[in-house]
Design a protein. Structure first.
Length: 96
């Protein structure tokens, strides 16, 4: 399953992250993953992040694609890309 999103340049989380050269905070990327997984698979709230790797920064206004793979009852694997560039990947666990 794949979904896309864009964090606009005026998003409130960008004001201090980082002045003069804003990048999208990793926690905001993970929140988008959790929301997409919950909507796609009917999962409970996030319960853990067994593995996460942030490979490259995401800039405001860039389109981010989330690819999700279900890994059992309450776990997903995710990959975030901007164009052909992988920006983050990992596994997320959810409450039953």
């Amino acid at each position: 399953m794949t979904v896309s999103f864009v964090i606009p340049p005026d998003h409130p989380s960008l004001a201090g992250h980082f002045p003069g050269r804003p990048i999208v905070p990793g926690v905001l990327l993970l929140d988008q993953v959790a929301q997409a997984a919950r909507a796609a698979f009917g999962l409970g709230p996030p319960a853990g992040l067994p593995r996460a790797k942030f490979a490259a920064p995401v800039l405001p206004g860039e389109e981010v694609r989330i690819a999700l793979d279900r890994r059992g009852e309450a776990r997903i694997a995710f990959t975030l890309t901007v164009g052909e560039r992988v920006v983050a990947s990992g596994d997320m666990a959810f409450a039953s």
